[in-house]
Design a binder for this molecule. Structure first.
Ligand SMILES: Cc1cc2nc3c(=O)[nH]c(=O)nc-3n(C[C@H](O)[C@H](O)[C@H](O)COP(=O)(O)O)c2cc1C
Length: 178
């Protein structure tokens, strides 16, 4: 199978996840084209059997480059097997309100772009104070202190569950190839 993986990433975790996915799919014998949506030129999705788009949540939204791409490619994305990787810190916990928030972000995104992903994988991202400016560090420290009181707020912490992600991706690939 030939797959397109396009991603948007502000601090780098979605990029890491997208690269991980590429390595896994290539290891399984698939052909993958990986593209940072911010740098991608025009892409003809009809060259691919399936598409994975990934982006992260910042202040309740995915990166606008994802929305622009999804809107421009909505018809093709709808006609092919597609998956959205939604990366956030809300997905790192079990707070019902946080998860309802993720659903709202997703439905707003689908309404705005005209693309309702056939499959969505909610992925826990990372807390990376080493990459934040002073303001972001202040805001994120307060959020993480409330969510994960045990953690050392001065250090980066990855919440991504790689095994769970692998299992979800493998299940999706099995579904679209059978
Ligand atoms: C300024 C800022 C705002 C964020 N806003 C949210 C948010 O509204 N909801 C959420 O679940 N996570 C939020 N996050 C967490 C990010 O989604 C998480 O850190 C993710 O791993 C970032 O992925 P990236 O490195 O690919 O950009 C925010 C992070 C930052 C730095």
């Amino acid at each position: 199978m030939k797959l397109f993986i396009g991603y948007a990433s502000t601090e780098g975790q979605t990029q890491k996840i997208a690269r991980h996915l590429m390595d896994r799919l290539v290891g399984q014998g698939h052909s993958v084209e990986l593209s940072a949506l911010s740098e991608a030129g025009p892409i003809d999705l009809s060259r691919f059997d399936a598409a994975v788009l990934g982006a992260s949540v910042h202040v309740g939204h995915y990166q606008s480059v994802l929305s622009g791409f999804a809107e421009a490619q909505a018809d093709k994305l709808t006609a092919m097997p597609s998956l959205l990787l939604s990366v956030s810190l809300a997905a790192a916990g079990h707070d019902a309100e946080d998860w309802r928030g993720l659903e709202t972000i997703l439905s707003d995104f689908a309404q705005a772009t005209g693309w309702t992903p056939a499959e969505v994988v909610q992925v826990a991202g990372a807390y990376e104070p080493s990459k934040y400016d002073v303001f972001r560090r202040f805001v994120m420290r307060r959020i993480i202190a409330a969510k994960d009181p045990e953690t050392d707020l001065d250090w980066d912490k990855e919440y991504t569950d790689w095994d769970a992600l692998n299992a979800q991706i493998d299940a999706w690939v099995a579904k679209i190839t059978t």
